[in-house]
Unconditional design. Sequence first.
Length: 160
Amino acid sequence: MGLFAFIKEAGEKLFGTGTASAATPATDPAAANAKAAEAIHNYILALKLAPADLGVSFDATQSLVTITGTAPDQATREKIMLAAGNVAGVAEVENRMSVARPEPEAQFHTVVRGDTLSAIAKKFYGNANQYMVIFEANKPMLSHPDKIYPGQVLRIPPQA
């Protein structure tokens, strides 16, 4: 899967408060990067997606997150990548994760103003009623089908 681009200004606000700050240059860039990586790692843990060997690093100069480890399946690998990338201050994710049980890769869609899951389902599946497939594929990052935002990247699984 390699390198994947995100919209740096969109996403979960994990940086800039408390100990994690990727948006503001620090006097100790290595410590700031480590704290930002820890914040992303903890966010992935909170979503209950992280495999035991998950590794997360952050480079503020490039707004780049690198993730490593072994995901149990392709869907979890993609969700971890999206969780790391849909964080404000992250522009790219380098996905170096391997998969224990390979499956076909999903497509991805960056939400634009006016998008709904129904409209996205119509675009990719030809049927607006398939929006729940997209919603389920993006849990736990999505808590409700109506709560998507411009700049967010969503997983669009292969049509069954």
